[in-house]
Write a new protein. Structure first.
Lengths: 160, 647
């Protein structure tokens, strides 16, 4: 069964260990700019939001890439960029609704999450449960369970 | 030149003429003094002329962090602020956290050295190498929350240090805040910012922190993560923050009426304590790199302050301190915390000062006319808020409180303050030995060159009733040598606190210099061996655990010497007289100062002996309480010997 990376912003505390772990794994240094995941502090709603590639079923980035540098990995299902083909035109960055593709100044290439060969480093260092790596069907069930929890809470309040 | 661990640059900003200069980090200095507090103290030693008025443009503020900040070392966001502090007149390195130091590293800078005075309100913007002194006229008069949110709006993902009205009015109780999650600079850092017309600092960056030996660093880092994953209380700490230890802290800090009374804690539990806390709305958050986050945004769900939100390092502080003023419930505690943080006032100091004034009134020593007609009514949040506003803005008698105990000494006479408060080096101690016994935190308040404060390294005696085995384990974690352990545990009272505290101080200096958070929940995962691995792997400067401890000792001696140069000596380490007078519990039981294990009552001579043991353990002159020439030479601090000879 294919696994997917689930994000739960409610549990995110904004520690950015995901981003630090990502850049360390990929580049052997620590950098927010070189991380393929980022956490944004949305203070108006008191929420830290982890932002990363959602590995869409219909990836716009893949559609717009003029060089065919973006493809889906057969093994992990991740949308990946071939740096040898990338010309740095940034079209993928423009169309991505999550801002998940970013520019790397040093390599003059676009960079994005590749799910670390199905062993995502960010998940291993998220001690808050904001990032989880789950089989796709379990992920749906877990979201549904969470939703059920919210619904139950609301119903209890209604009864009160 | 490539730097590893360190960002590699320092930024000198003169606010008087607007000159901004970038210099490479002096690697020799970094190697010798580690970073953070160590480097800042060394820089200040050269930059600050002894006897300088803290508020003069010549008093520099140095802000920055250590070589581990910006790396994935867990809990390494520590940002330090070094200056000559107005409340005590001592040079200190205050610690804060959240995003500023972290972002500053990614912008490319280890430290910013700010001197001079701007002609109008400004803030400093650092976005990579785009550094600018910006107009802050629109922010002047705004509180810390408004200022921070304004800058977050403008600069997006950044770190902000901001000050409020208390800082604008040069308050000695004025502290700054980092990203609404950490205070910075107890003792008046924000007042120094105010004297420079510096409202805030912003940093963000897209740079990288290089690691000299990534494999080695990874191994040490993963060991720490494994420890945190195994820790049974991880979930509880994220859920409840340090309120998880309410049962302990309510006792340690549960005193009122100018430290004469231990109130009925059961009453406090109900309205303000853990049960009340659990009813608040809560969003947990943490600093960058923290793997055991315990900060929180709390929200009142009912009562007069329904809907009030407060972003804080800990609800606990306001809860405890508001009990000192007899505030009734969690809503009043949240309001008290929220307003002090907005104005940028030291909650600890303010609540102690106001409690003292209320007590004088209750004893019939002063009346309303002695405090400019301000209301003298304990247990009323509106009265407290009035005093806070007046203090922040230096209005009426608030002008006296804004000067902290120095102000009260002028108003009521030095003797009254000296004889009836726990003031040490111009500031009240927080840890109360008549309740907790004279443990390391309590004793370290005497010897801390900056003046008493909440942080005091580590010891295992942080909480009440810790078994001696825990302390021994802690001693090993801190890298104490076998000889130092033998000397420290050779006491009929189980521990010779004077000797033991020296190691706690080195542990603190190490955390403050490398950039690691010294809060108990983070500190507990660290061991000197791991720190040596992280430091060596990150920087490529190979230091053994023993060498690191020696370097920390050097940092501490430098810290001491820079204050010796200002005139501090043994006379400033004396225990306050009230420690030797009893407190009374609400049930009428008298509490005397005892040792930590409550073996026996302590006399002044006992404390004096521990002070001599402390100096002796440090290799300092036991009569004067200052380092000897031999010690300075041993530590490679030759340049500080002349300051010694002037004494």
């Amino acid at each position: 069964m294919k696994k997917i990376l689930m994000i739960d912003p409610d549990k995110c505390v904004g520690c950015r260990q995901c981003a630090l772990s990502c850049s360390f794994n990929k580049e052997h240094l620590f950098s927010l700019a070189k991380a393929r995941i980022t956490t944004l502090w949305a203070y108006k709603i008191d929420m830290n939001v982890p932002m990363m590639c959602q590995h869409c079923e219909k990836p716009l980035c893949m559609d717009v890439c003029p060089m065919g540098a973006i493809s889906r990995s057969d093994e992990s299902g991740a949308i990946v960029i071939d740096p040898d083909r990338c010309i740095g035109c940034r079209m993928c960055m423009v169309v991505c609704p999550f801002g998940a593709v970013t520019w790397d100044e040093d390599t003059k290439c676009m960079i994005k999450c590749d799910l670390c060969d199905s062993d995502p480093e960010c998940v291993k260092h998220c001690l808050y449960g904001a990032l989880t790596w789950l089989p796709a069907d379990e992920a749906a069930i877990s979201r549904r369970q969470l939703g059920a929890g919210y619904l139950a809470e609301a119903l209890i309040k209604l009864k009160e | 030149m490539d730097y590893f661990g360190y960002a590699g640059k320092e930024l000198y900003i003169d606010l008087t003429d607007g000159v901004i200069e970038e210099k490479p980090l002096n690697l020799d200095m970094a190697v010798k003094f580690l970073g953070g507090m160590g480097i800042q103290q060394r820089l200040l030693y050269d930059l600050l002329k002894p006897g300088t008025d803290p508020y003069s443009p010549e008093n520099p503020i140095i802000i920055g962090s250590g070589p581990l900040t910006g790396t994935g070392a867990p809990g390494s966001p520590r940002v330090m602020g070094t200056t000559k502090y107005p409340e005590t007149g001592a040079i200190g390195s205050a610690g804060g956290a959240m995003r500023f130091g972290f972002m500053l590293k990614f912008a490319g800078y280890d430290h910013i050295i700010i001197t001079g005075k701007a002609s109008k309100p400004v803030y400093i913007k650092i976005v990579n190498d785009d550094v600018e002194i910006c107009d802050a006229t629109h922010l002047w008069g705004k509180d810390i929350v408004e200022t921070t949110e304004n800058l977050w709006d403008v600069y997006g993902d950044c770190g902000v240090i901001a000050m409020g009205q208390a800082g604008e009015h040069l308050g000695k109780l004025a502290q700054a805040a980092c990203d609404l999650g950490s205070s910075l600079g107890r003792g008046g850092l924000a007042g120094i910012m105010g004297s420079k017309n510096l409202k805030a600092l912003v940093a963000s960056g897209t740079g990288s922190i290089k690691i000299a030996d990534a494999e080695r660093f990874k191994k040490a880092r993963e060991t720490l993560f494994e420890g945190a994953k195994r820790y049974a209380y991880h979930g509880d700490i994220v859920r409840y923050g340090i309120m998880q230890s309410w049962a302990n802290y309510r006792v340690q800090f549960g005193y009122t009426k100018n430290r004469t009374l231990v109130p009925d804690l059961k009453i406090i539990d109900k309205g303000i304590g853990f049960e009340a806390y659990k009813k608040l709305g809560k969003t947990a958050f943490g600093c960058p790199s923290c793997f055991i986050a315990d900060k929180e945004i709390v929200e009142m769900r009912s009562g007069r302050f329904k809907g009030l939100k407060w972003s804080t390092a800990a609800y606990l502080n306001a809860a405890i301190l508001s009990t000192r003023l007899d505030l009734k419930d969690s809503g009043e505690a949240v309001k008290f915390g929220e307003v002090t943080d907005r104005l940028g006032i030291d909650q600890l100091g303010f609540s102690d000062l106001l409690d003292f004034i209320f007590t004088l009134h209750e004893q019939g020593t002063i009346g309303s006319s002695d405090v400019g007609g301000l209301p003298l009514k304990r247990g009323d949040i509106d009265v407290v808020l009035t005093w806070l506003e007046k203090t922040a803005n230096r209005e009426g008698f608030g002008n006296v409180i804004a000067d902290s105990w120095q102000g009260l000494m002028k108003a009521f006479g030095e003797d009254l303050i000296k004889n009836s408060t726990a003031v040490i080096k111009g500031r009240e101690g927080i840890w109360e030995p008549r309740i907790s016994g004279l443990g390391t935190n309590e004793f370290a308040q005497l010897t801390y060159p900056r003046g008493p404060n909440a942080e005091s390294g580590g010891s295992g005696l942080y909480a009440l009733n810790q078994p001696i085995e825990t302390v021994r384990r802690h001693a090993q974690r801190m890298g104490m040598s076998k000889e130092a352990i033998d000397r420290s545990f050779d006491s009929p009272l189980k521990i010779n606190i004077g000797r033991f505290v020296t190691s706690s101080e080195h542990w603190l200096a190490l955390f403050n210099s490398l950039g690691i958070c010294n809060r108990h929940v983070n500190n507990r995962f660290y061991h000197i061996d791991i720190i040596a691995e992280l430091y060596s792997a990150a920087t490529g400067i190979d230091l053994s655990p023993q060498e690191l401890i020696k370097y920390s000792e050097r940092v501490w001696n430098l810290f001491k010497m820079i204050n010796v140069r200002e005139g501090f000596s043994k006379k400033d380490d004396e225990p306050p007289g009230v420690w030797f007078q009893p407190m009374v519990t609400h049930e009428g039981k008298e509490l005397y100062m005892m040792d930590y294990y409550k073996t026996r009552r302590l006399t002044r001579e006992d404390v004096e002996q521990w002070l001599r043991d402390y100096y002796d353990e440090r290799g300092w002159n036991i009569e004067t309480g200052i380092p000897t020439k031999e010690k300075l030479l041993e530590l490679g601090l030759e340049e500080m010997v002349p300051s010694l000879q002037k004494k």
